[in-house]
Design a protein. Structure first.
Length: 746
């Protein structure tokens, strides 16, 4: 699984870097391929318009590290869901842990399968922060762009952005009646349909309606009942309305609905007791074949999400007023066969209900050399999170099972005020400063009980036996976030910058404790101070955009999810504050157009992410001694990652057209928790994707052949240490798939 081809890609990128192009900036995918930031339009000279600092700017003028993928790149790269963009962004990893999306940017992310936990990577859907994990996993359809902001974004985006932010931006309705429809069939019974239409009711009122459905029969074989596993079943719809009664007022409303009934991805269990068995003596009969699974419960989930966002923009002379109001409601049922076996050893049933609301007002303007923005923000969210855990259920007839019931919830209120300004000292030299103060109020409740008969419908439930007595914890946090940056135009085509930014992630209480009250102890906010310097360049008459950035992150009280063995057979789950961590690295992105029809996009990231001071991280269950994880790699932080893609468009005199794209990406060695155990990690991997499309004359119809993971690489997405009950579940990535997509536009 080691990927020596990463060295070859590094050589290619190094050769490009050594061209006399100066160096250039921030992990930013450019042009149509990997376009940085808020690519809403193009300037006359071909530069991309971005709004990463809450105002429109040329892409190359923004001193922030962002990767953005345009609608064309999303299509060309055959991205299917909200987890698939990471292979196009260096130093970015996205994976499913259980049924919760885990996004890592520059080694910073959430390493937890519980959807109640808060990620340091904020996810936005049309400027509204999605609190619930159930709101974050859906098909990609009818998007204008995807933005990946790297590094702390606390000043303009608020808390829980210590690692960065990801933003999905819907396509807005234009002034003409138009739309498209596409249908896909592929391997493993994949069938998908997507459509969108713009309806210009009048010049002042426009609508866009879109929807998507995607299903597969699953790429795993469950020999327990001769069925398919890892089924995908997702649907979503969106309606966008734009009202512009005059040139000064614009009201955009986005309504969204989605449902996800996909399977919980079951891992392959590796037995860790002598003989390769688990605590009940089971060994996987096909340990070396990730295609074959053997589990005994239905893992079909049922999650839905409803959301609405209203954006009002009003021009008050030289000052612009903006209001962003959002509400989201989600509910999810997730059955997880954690042990991945025909036994009832560790089976978990999650039920989560989340409601969230936020309101933001901001004013912005430009006065001579000064550009500024200031705003107020409020948010409220409420989570109810009951969980049932069937531990050692196979021993229920002997009275030796451990049926656990967890009832937990959290209400969060957040208040913030912020301001940021950029001042041009000269036409070529600018300074930026920003400050934000956030006040959080959390009210958490949690209790865990042993309830005999909980999973036996023929036996009445016994009285609950408290394992973790009911506990209510009220917390309040007040924290500052800030940003300062300098930028200098070395030439009209080259901009250099340096910045320092600071942000925090809220503290809380772990809401899925199993074995002891210590697991429900409150943890503190984490903070991250990041230093970054880079160069952005547009060269060769616009044919080459090349960016490079170096960064250093200083983490304090980093929150780490830990699964620890115990002597009583019940794994210990908790979030605790590691003392500190240091992260530094370099990343590049480029787009090169040797000819009008040929484009090469790519990027590479190098990352050094280690715990600087993490004593007493765990207790050895055999010796009872404290373990020190200082110096261990951070979870989800490979030293190397990168991608390169080549796209060629062919136009014939007859009117026929064709386009071919090949994508190669790689990820280096990484660990999935903080223990640095080889079992809970992998050696790295690489994948190859491709797409070939043909258009007949007229350009309104297209047929595309595509393939994902064409080399059929076997690779791990995640692994968990459950050695206290004799196994480690290993979660493998998707197998090779291929198919055809037909689309028509009008």
């Amino acid at each position: 699984m080691r990927t020596p081809s990463a060295v070859h890609l590094a050589s290619v990128l190094t050769a490009i870097a050594l061209m006399p192009v100066a160096t250039s900036a921030n992990a930013q995918s450019m042009d149509q391929g990997q376009q940085t930031a808020d690519a809403t339009d193009s300037l006359p000279d071909g530069a991309i318009v971005v709004t990463a600092q809450r105002r429109e700017q040329s892409l190359q003028d923004v001193p922030i590290s962002i990767t953005a993928l345009s609608d064309e790149t999303i299509k060309e790269a055959n991205l299917t869901d909200t987890l698939s963009f990471a292979r196009l962004a260096p130093n970015t990893q996205v994976r499913i842990f259980g049924n919760t999306p885990n996004i890592f940017i520059r080694g910073i992310g959430l390493n937890d399968f519980n959807s109640s936990s808060v990620s340091p990577i904020a996810v936005y859907r049309d400027e509204f922060a999605l609190v619930a994990a159930a709101s974050q996993v859906y098909p990609i359809f009818d998007l204008q762009r995807i933005e990946v902001l790297k590094g702390p974004q606390g000043t303009l985006f608020g808390k829980n952005t210590t690692g960065g932010a990801v933003s999905y931006v819907s396509r807005r309705p234009g002034y003409y009646f138009e739309g498209y429809a596409s249908a896909t069939v592929g391997r493993f019974g994949e069938r998908a349909f997507e459509a969108a239409v713009t309806i210009p009711v009048s010049d002042a009122f426009r609508l866009r309606i879109s929807g998507s459905t995607r299903r597969t029969d699953g790429d795993r074989i469950n020999i327990y009942n001769n069925s398919r596993g890892h089924v995908v079943d997702m649907q979503a719809a969106r309606i966008v309305s734009v009202i512009e009664p005059n040139a000064d007022l614009k009201i955009t409303t986005i309504g969204y609905a989605g449902r996800n009934k996909s399977d919980y991805p079951v891992g392959k269990p590796i037995g860790t007791f002598p003989g390769g068995v688990n605590a009940l003596g089971y060994a996987d009969p096909y340990p070396d074949d990730p295609r074959i699974v053997n589990y005994n419960i239905s893992t079909r989930t049922d999650q839905w999400d409803l959301g609405i966002t209203n954006i009002i923009e009003y021009q008050l002379g030289a000052v612009a007023l903006k209001s962003v109001t959002g509400y989201d409601k989600s509910k999810g049922y997730v059955p997880a066969d954690v042990d991945g076996s025909p036994q009832s050893l560790d089976e978990v049933y999650f039920l989560n209900r989340t409601r969230s609301f936020s309101q933001e007002f901001n004013l912005s303007g430009e006065t001579g050399p000064l550009q500024w923005i200031a705003g107020l923000f409020y948010s409220w969210d409420k989570l109810h999170y009951p969980v049932k855990v069937d531990l050692l259920g196979e021993l229920e007839p002997l009275g030796a099972d451990l049926p656990l019931a967890i009832d937990a919830g959290r209400t969060t209120r957040s208040y913030a005020g912020y301001a940021q300004a950029t001042y041009s000292l000269t036409p070529d030299f600018r300074i930026t400063g920003g400050l934000r103060y956030t006040k959080d109020k959390l009210d958490s409740e949690v209790a865990t009980s042993l309830v005999y008969g909980l999973f036996n419908p023929d036996v009445p439930n016994a009285d609950p036996i408290p394992i973790i007595p009911y506990r209510r914890v009220k917390q309040g946090f007040g924290r500052w976030s800030y940003r300062a940056a300098v930028e200098y135009d070395v030439t009209p085509d080259v901009m250099a910058y340096a910045s320092i930014s600071h942000s925090f992630k809220q503290g809380g209480v772990y809401l899925t404790p199993l074995s002891s009250p210590a697991e429900a102890e409150p943890f503190s906010p984490e903070t991250n101070t990041a230093y970054e310097a880079g160069v952005k360049s547009t060269l060769l008459g616009g044919a080459l955009r090349f960016n490079i950035a170096g960064f250093y992150n200083d983490y304090g009280d980093m929150q780490v999810f830990a699964v620890r063995p115990t002597t009583n057979g019940i794994p210990s789950l908790t979030i605790q504050n590691a003392a500190s961590a240091h992260i530094y690295g370099v990343e590049t992105d480029f787009t090169l157009r040797p000819t009008r029809n040929f484009r090469i996009d790519g990027g590479i990231g190098w990352l050094h992410a280690r715990f600087a001071d993490y004593p007493n991280a765990a207790i050895d269950p055999v010796t009872g001694e404290a373990l020190d994880f200082s110096g261990n790699p951070l979870p989800g932080a490979p030293d190397w990652s990168g991608n390169i893609a080549a796209t060629y468009d062919l136009e014939l005199d007859s009117g026929w057209g064709a386009s071919a794209r090949v994508d190669y990406s790689f990820v280096g060695r990484r660990y999935f928790d903080s223990t640095k155990i080889k079992l809970i990690g992998d050696e790295g991997y690489s994948t190859l994707d491709a797409r070939l499309s043909i258009k007949p004359p007229g350009g309104t119809f297209e047929v595309a052949l595509w393939g994902r993971n064409l080399t059929d690489t076997t690779y791990l997405q995640n692994a968990t240490d459950l050695t206290s009950i004799g196994f480690s579940p290993q979660f493998y990535g998707a197998r090779r798939s291929y198919g055809v997509t037909m689309s028509a536009s009008f």
